[in-house]
Structure formats: structure tokens, C-alpha cells
Design a protein around this ligand. Structure first.
Ligand code: SF4
Length: 75
């Protein structure tokens, strides 16, 4: 049986300090918003967070690793 694993990207936006690192290492998924915090492109608001399910986490692993406040989670 093949199990398809779809990674979920979670942005805990409240914690974001707007350093821009995620947008620098992973511009396909991250951008900087007018509020000075980053934006997960195509992310859906879920409670206080933004979430996006993707086929391939791609550079989001790098974004999560580079975020100084660890507010990007790849599940
Ligand atoms: S790397 Fe983290 S703190 Fe910096 S802008 Fe991105 S989400 Fe915000």
C-alpha cells in the first residue's frame, strides 16, 4: 500500500519578527508583507496561524531551519 505524505507548512505569524530570512532562502513560498511580517504564499488562516499543504516541502525545510524564532513548522 502506498501512503501519500503531504507535508503541511505552518506559520505561527504572531511569533514572526520580520527578519526576512524565510523570504530570502525560500522565495517560492515566502514573501514579506506590508505589516513587516512574512507571508506564506497561498497559506490559509487557521486560528492564529497560516497553513499550507504541499506535495513537496521543498525549500520550506530551509526556511524553517533559518527562522531565528522557529515560527515556521514543517510537519
Ligand atoms: S524567518 Fe521567521 S521570523 Fe524571519 S520573517 Fe520568516 S517567519 Fe518571520
Amino acid at each position: 500500500m502506498t501512503v501519500f505524505y503531504m507535508p503541511k507548512i505552518i506559520h505561527e505569524k504572531e511569533k514572526c519578527i520580520g527578519c526576512g530570512a524565510c523570504a530570502a532562502v525560500c522565495p517560492d513560498f515566502w514573501d514579506m508583507g506590508d505589516d513587516g511580517k512574512s507571508v506564506l504564499k497561498g497559506g490559509k488562516k487557521v486560528g492564529k496561524n497560516f497553513e499550507l499543504t504541499v506535495k513537496d516541502a521543498g525549500c520550506n525545510e530551509d526556511a524553517a531551519n533559518t527562522c531565528p524564532v522557529q515560527c515556521i513548522i514543517v510537519k
